[in-house]
Ligand binder design. Structure first.
Ligand code: UD1
Length: 419
């Protein structure tokens, strides 16, 4: 359903907020529950539409799914590898993470290509290549892919480029393979470490997650209960809102250990931060400093998912900032809206230049994807007057009750059903 966020800006955020479980960790972990023919309990699952979509897909595959607040019960005893048509898989990018568990447990998978945010090409060739290296036969059809394997072979898997999702599928396949598997060229994102933690809890031995070489030794799986890590991007979003409005906030459960370059970005802009009592605080100066060069990189670099949020914050920083987007080729669509709000930005290819202005003016803008939408909400909080962010359903894909968290921090925001 179309929704929009109406934001009355110009008020510094102050107070405390709770960080939810990580979207990008919860999605692969929920897919991984398919590997175990019994009940698995996952805690701290964010209440977002991407999670709802993946739960629907698990139900389509024969899993029994139950939610109690942030706790999800998945019973995959009677799961089957049924074909997943494109209409179902295109709802989100993470549907591709069903490939590993389905092929691993049942030896076959037929699925439509995934969808997701329009931030670049987003092919799945690395995912398919990993399966092929482990012995799968691949049949590509228009808009879908079919894979078959009689026995998944461990051994060595080499990822051609660093990819978060393909590393996760490699882990999921390796967990169900014959014998140990070395994964070379793995992505190092904390969400991969979290998936490895879940698999370990299930009884599988995983060494080296968080580095570019991971060793997976499959063992008999057991019933598991696991809590998803806190969302470092949601935490970064709330910090951006506090920094951009010159406020001061404390985030419960924000994990500084996973947020290195996010925190150094706010530090470079002149914010002060500290870690205490299981969370972290940020206090912003009256005017932020520009960031002469900000590069998005794979972990431990500055995450591409924080790039639109950093752009919003930098629109009113003193001086000129430059951002280089190195992960996705089409991730500056938010700049047009920031300019409509009085920002002074320009981009060419993967480089954006932002000249800081004194303040933004509210207006009607449209979210083009999840993080770009969140960036426009942050810009709305920074702006004078009212900002309406249309296509708010993109934001709901990855943020649970964002408006309530911002309201509790003193921001003036409401969610409306779109017309
Ligand atoms: C994940 C995150 C997303 C984040 C991204 C990069 C989830 C659900 N999503 O997405 O929020 O922005 O990591 O940190 O965890 N590529 C290929 N072929 C492939 C796979 C990827 O060419 O088969 C390319 C992509 O187009 C992109 C790059 O590799 O340019 C990195 O993408 P990847 O790390 O795979 O991102 P996702 O796992 O889709």
């Amino acid at each position: 359903m179309a929704v929009r966020y109406v934001v009355e800006g110009g008020k510094p955020l102050h107070g405390e907020a709770q960080v939810s479980g990580s979207k990008n960790a919860a999605l692969p972990i929920l897919c991984a529950t398919l590997l175990y023919p019994g009940e698995t309990i996952i805690d701290r699952v964010p209440q977002i539409t991407d999670v709802e979509q993946i739960l629907l897909l698990l139900q389509d595959l024969g899993c029994q799914v139950r939610r109690e607040g942030e706790r999800i019960f998945v019973d995959a005893t009677h799961a089957q590898s049924r074909p997943l048509p494109r209409e179902k898989t295109s709802a989100l990018r993470a549907s591709v993470l069903l490939l590993g568990p389905l092929l691993g447990r049942f030896g076959e998978v037929d699925m439509g290509l995934p969808g997701g945010c329009a931030i670049g090409r987003r092919p799945i060739d690395y995912h398919v290549d990993v399966a092929r290296q482990m012995g799968a036969e691949v049949q590509r059809k228009d808009g879908s892919v079919g894979l078959r394997v009689s026995s998944l072979m461990g051994g060595q898997v080499v990822l051609p480029e660093v990819s978060v999702g393909a590393t996760e599928n490699a882990l999921l396949l390796a967990a169900a393979a014959q014998g140990p598997t070395w994964i070379y060229g793995a992505a190092r994102e904390p969400e991969i470490y979290d998936l490895a933690g879940f698999l370990q809890q299930m009884g599988i031995s995983v060494c080296g997650a968080g580095s570019d070489r991971i060793l997976v030794c499959p063992k008999a799986m057991t019933a598991t209960q696991y809590a998803v890590m806190p969302d470092r991007i949601e935490a970064g979003t709330l910090l951006a809102a506090a920094a951009g409005t010159h406020g001061k906030i404390f985030l419960h459960d924000a994990d500084w250990r996973t947020m290195g370059r996010i925190l150094s970005f706010f530090g470079r802009c002149g914010c002060r931060m500290g870690v205490e009592k299981g969370g972290l605080w940020l206090k912003a100066p009256k005017r932020l400093r520009a960031c002469p060069l900000l590069l998005t990189k794979t972990y431990p670099g500055f995450p591409t998912d924080m790039q639109p949020l950093s752009a919003a914050v930098l629109t009113t920083a003193k001086g000129t900032s430059m951002i280089m987007e190195q992960i996705f080729e089409n991730r500056f669509l938010h700049l047009k809206s920031l300019n409509a709000m009085g920002g002074r930005t320009a981009c060419s290819g993967r480089v954006a230049v932002i000249d800081g202005v004194r303040c933004l003016q509210g207006c009607v803008v449209k979210a083009t994807d999840l993080r770009a939408g969140a960036a426009l909400v942050v810009a709305g909080l920074m702006a004078q007057g009212e900002t309406v962010v249309e296509n708010g359903q993109y934001i709901q894909r990855g943020y649970g009750a964002l408006e309530q968290k911002i309201e509790r921090l003193g921001g003036r925001i409401r969610l409306e059903e779109g017309r």
